[in-house]
Design a protein. Sequence first.
Length: 230
Amino acid sequence: MREESDTVDMSLAMGNETDPTRRAAPIAHAWTGDGHDGDPAQEASGHEVLSAMVATVQARFPTHRCRRRSGIDCPHDPCRFGWELVAPDGAVVVAGIDVGALAPDGRLRGFVGFFGELPRASIDLQALCLLPLGEAHVLAGCLEDAHALAEHTLALTRRHQERGNEAYALRLFGAIAARREPPRGRARRRPLPPGPRPSRGTWHASPPGALPPGSRHPLWQAGTAGASAH
């Protein structure tokens, strides 16, 4: 079996050959008879259609050259490599990667090209990762870390107008606040002074005729006056 670099480099040479007759040789060397190549702009199957696809690209980018910009990664049957289209002044017009499969004889049988760098993760995925992490920080007691994640996620969701994740972020703020401030009605009670404590349900009455210290209630005063008269 031939080296993968030989196949890939011959495929790129196909893209640089401007003469259709001479282009047939690198196509046959690099591709199987039913080989398929596709990218976001176009796709082709078979040697003749592959040659026509190259001619279309050359008409749009005359005097430009294709070249490999990475090593070739072929762990098993699939392969991938980076490439770029370069203008005569050396400027890179477009770059990307090709991913595909090799035939048993080492030729290309199906490849797909991708333009540019990998897209960034969507805001939905970021929020789905950050918000559970914030909840974990709350459970662990790391409230400052949780608050920072909640602020970052809330800003993202509002910028992208994602109402569902925005509500999730606001809920996280509530969980943080609940951990920082004790619920109302459960304030810490002051300890009782030392000494014997009455049992629940016990009522301690004053002795008969005794006036509670400092009491000036009219009923108490009336009762005391009556007792004195007798």
